[in-house]
Design a protein around this ligand. Structure first.
Ligand code: BEZ
Length: 162
């Protein structure tokens, strides 16, 4: 599958989360992002050091600034199950704006061409690290890393590209 890039319309697909009653709720990406400017952040794994201690905290820190520039949603996506994503979200009590979603089977990440083979680390199929800016479902900025690196998909990098 070709990697999603600037100018593409992001495909629709189903993401999930676990609600307060521990029920799994499915939502479509298009229902979350249509008609809005949305930042979609993909990470290789909940609770992994690069994602947990650097990548996601950077977006939490810059969330107000991103929102002040008209970005209405910041969605974090990982190939982990919805309960793991919920526990991960709760590990950031300071977070007011980021919403955490699961793509447990990697089906959505595959449709973006952004799967990462983490089998050498016992991870199986995961997501490449990325940050996309969507404007009414069109990709306006695409910061896509390879091999789980964290070099140019930070909140700062995205702010510079706006
Ligand atoms: C990380 O720390 O973000 C990470 C660790 C292992 C594989 C991919 C990412």
């Amino acid at each position: 599958m070709r990697r999603i890039s600037v100018g593409d319309t992001i495909p629709d697909g189903t993401l999930s989360y676990a609600d307060e009653a521990h029920q799994i709720v499915n939502v479509s990406l298009h229902s979350l992002a249509a008609g809005k400017q949305v930042i979609l952040v993909g990470v290789p794994g909940a609770f992994t050091p690069g994602c947990s201690l650097k990548h996601v905290p950077g977006f939490i820190e810059k969330a107000e600034e991103l929102k002040s520039k008209g970005k209405s949603e910041i969605l974090v996506l990982s190939v982990n199950d919805p309960y793991v994503m919920k526990a991960w979200a709760k590990s950031y009590p300071e977070n007011k704006h980021l919403k955490f979603f699961s793509d447990g089977s990697a089906a959505y990440i595959r449709s973006l061409g952004l799967e990462l083979d983490g089998s050498d680390q016992g991870f199986g199929t995961r997501s490449e690290r990325f940050a996309l800016l969507l404007d009414d479902l069109k990709v306006k900025v695409a910061k896509v890393e390879t091999g789980g690196q964290l070099k140019d998909s930070t909140a700062q990098d995205l702010l510079k590209a706006l």
